[in-house]
Design a protein around this ligand. Structure first.
Ligand SMILES: Cc1cc2nc3c(=O)[nH]c(=O)nc-3n(C[C@H](O)[C@H](O)[C@H](O)COP(=O)(O)O)c2cc1C
Length: 346
């Protein structure tokens, strides 16, 4: 589809035509022959000079092999990290040029492509490509339908700050509509709101107590923990993994996870809920696990190991009780929880 005098859209890719020609991004698996066919239709007997990969996730980069098979002399451009990934992904050597931050590639006929490196949106090797004269920006996953990129809020904030300094008249994402006019500011504002929400969440100290208890002993521990956290000023959400809907675990400042021990294991419902921990968002956030058991007591250790392996920070060893809590154990659990509350509040 022709977008402007010099730009064509082919699925999630864009073909830019100056004196030289550049394809920005390619196609996912299954889309490669249609992509090559359309490029041939547009270019006819012209060469494809450059293939620019804004990032190397296969949904955008898979079609590179087919494109290079048809246009073997095309020079492939991506960030340094992108080129390294592409070398691992491609079975054949290719002409390469690393796109440095802020470097400009002149295509001639009034087309200058500037590369702006935007790490982690959505892969570490990501960049956006900006056509300076028309103010067109090719953003790949950023501003794309179905991508919110908020796994890396700091990187989103930095990228938006840089992009907001540019004169932008059209945003060309990989998925969804091309944005022009007031829609561009609206798209920035949506990210602004997501960032504000994230900052707000960071500020509020919130804890999720997630537990499973077949006979009530672990629930009693959960309730004791809730009472102590709340009186210390922590906002608590308590969730029985077997009966309640588990909230988005990645929005909490701390997790306290508990289970009885059943057949040397932990409750499946709590383990399943903990699979929802996003290891990027929850990295280094504090947790402790707890639980009641009868004899061998593996349950709370299993939850502890899961959260450690997901990169969260253990506040302590698991806190356990043999069957129902004694008065002494209850007092110890209260003291333990108060220390934890202090830790997350400071
Ligand atoms: C089916 C079943 C299997 C159990 N297996 C173990 C076990 O392997 N090791 C252990 O220490 N306790 C075991 N227990 C004991 C429980 O962990 C203990 O009763 C604990 O208090 C249960 O916590 P809850 O009341 O929160 O469910 C088992 C209990 C049941 C009902």
């Amino acid at each position: 589809m022709q977008i402007s005098e010099n730009i064509y859209r082919i699925g999630g890719a864009y073909l830019v035509i100056g004196d030289k020609t550049a394809l920005i991004d390619t196609a996912p698996r299954g889309g490669e022959s249609a992509l090559v066919h359309e490029i041939e239709e547009i270019l006819r007997d012209r060469q494809l000079d450059y293939v620019i990969l804004n990032h190397t996730e296969p949904n955008r980069s898979h079609g590179l092999s087919a494109v290079l098979e048809r246009y073997p002399d095309a020079e492939v451009m991506a960030t340094v990290a992108g080129i390294r990934n592409l070398k691992e992904m491609q079975s054949r050597p290719f002409r390469e040029r690393a796109a440095k931050d802020n470097a400009v590639l002149e295509l001639g006929n009034g087309i200058s492509l500037r590369f702006i490196i935007t790490p982690n949106l959505s892969w570490p090797d990501s960049m956006v490509t900006y056509e300076e004269n028309s103010g067109t920006i090719f953003t790949c996953d950023l501003f794309s339908d179905g991508e919110n990129l908020m796994t890396y809020p700091d990187y989103v904030e930095n990228a938006l700050k840089r992009l907001s300094e540019l004169k932008i008249t059209a945003v060309m994402p990989a998925e969804g509509d091309i944005l022009r006019g007031t829609d561009i500011q609206k798209a920035f504002d949506i990210y602004g709101e997501l960032l504000d929400k994230h900052r707000e969440q960071e500020k509020n100290k919130t804890a999720l107590i997630l537990y499973s208890s077949h006979y009530g002993a672990t629930r009693e521990m959960a309730e004791c923990i809730r009472g102590e956290l709340e009186s210390a000023g922590v906002t608590v959400t308590m969730c029985g993994a077997d009966e309640d809907t588990v909230p988005n675990i990645n929005t909490f400042s701390a997790i306290i996870a508990g289970t009885g021990t059943y057949e040397r294991g932990a409750s499946e419902s709590v383990m399943r809920a903990l699979c929802g921990v996003n290891a990027v968002l929850m990295r280094h956030k504090p947790f402790f696990t707890f639980g009641s058991h009868g004899w061998s007591g593996e349950g709370a250790n299993i939850l502890h190991a899961m959260l450690v392996s997901l990169g969260m920070k253990p506040f302590s060893k698991p806190f356990t009780s043999i069957f129902n809590m004694s008065d002494e154990t209850r007092e110890r659990l209260k003291r333990h929880t108060r220390k934890f509350a202090e830790f997350i509040l400071n």
